[in-house]
Write a protein that binds this ligand. Structure first.
Ligand code: ACM
Length: 270
């Protein structure tokens, strides 16, 4: 603790959820989460951690979707968060009315739940999910600000930037990656926006899709702090100083956010 500031311990849990089987999905990470007891301030699970990914169609996904307040999976994690005084981010197959979302739920250590819904839907997801309708929120996590993106969202720099402008210190990025592009793009976004990013990916295969694992943590300078294996269930733990994300001077004369010229960027809204 060189600067005397409190460190935040982040545990990324990489595992394989099972398609359409919440019980087995939970069994597949139970031992891993158990190993984080008393030593994680923030736990991050992959995209659709309760449900698996490769649904045949919308009605197949709808069969397995729950509301955040009526999900045994979320209740279990909430009890875990309260019992072990930890914050948790998890991917979640969410239903609301007749809509289904590919969501990320943030449960804070007091049990409060917040939701982000994936905006940028990848391939077949366009036929399965509704587009997220909550924008790009940033939530208070103790003295820090937490943003969330889900997998393919990473290719859209506007989303990262909005969270930087809202003061995000840490971005949790639950994923089900099937290419290696995120390993190049995400560190660049950490530099561009000056915050920590945690991409928690899944492993395993569903039908024609093989997920690439290698969950990773990136600091505000774009350095890789940790990376998991490509195919094993694993917990990757990193200790960070989230207040380092508040330093936005990248040279003695340049500030990442104040040196922008929004008046010059109008075309981006077209
Ligand atoms: C993805 O967005 N799950 C590739």
């Amino acid at each position: 603790m060189r600067n005397g500031r409190k460190k935040l311990s982040v545990a990324q849990i990489q595992f394989a959820p099972e398609l359409g089987n919440e019980e087995t999905s939970m069994d597949n990470f139970r031992e891993l989460i158990f190993s984080t007891r008393h030593r994680a301030d923030l736990i991050i699970l992959p995209e659709l951690a309760n449900a698996g990914y490769n649904f045949r169609n919308r009605s197949h996904a709808l069969e397995h979707a729950k509301t955040v307040d009526d999900s045994e999976f979320i209740d279990w994690l909430r009890r875990w968060a309260l019992m072990h005084e930890t914050n948790i981010v998890t991917g979640f197959l969410e239903k609301e009315g007749d809509k289904i979302f590919n969501s990320s739920v943030f449960i804070n250590k007091r049990g409060k739940k917040e939701v982000y819904r994936k905006v940028h839907l990848f391939m077949n997801e366009k036929k399965i999910f509704d587009k997220g309708d909550k924008g790009f929120p940033v939530f208070q996590m103790e003295e820090y600000k937490l943003g969330m993106l889900i997998c393919f969202d990473y290719l859209f720099p506007e989303a990262w930037r909005i969270m930087a402008l809202k003061g995000a210190d840490v971005v949790a990025h639950p994923s089900n990656l099937v290419t290696d592009n995120a390993f190049k793009v995400v560190p660049a976004q950490a530099i561009i926006n000056g915050y920590y990013i945690f991409t928690t990916n899944r492993i395993g295969t569903e039908g024609e899709l093989t997920f690439t694992g290698k969950s990773f943590a990136i600091d505000p300078q774009g350095n890789q702090l940790a990376m998991a294996s490509a195919s094993l269930p694993e917990v990757v733990t990193t200790k960070i100083d989230p207040l380092a994300s508040r330093v936005k001077m990248i040279t003695p004369e340049n500030h990442l956010l104040r040196d922008r010229f929004p008046d010059e960027y109008g075309e981006i809204l077209l």
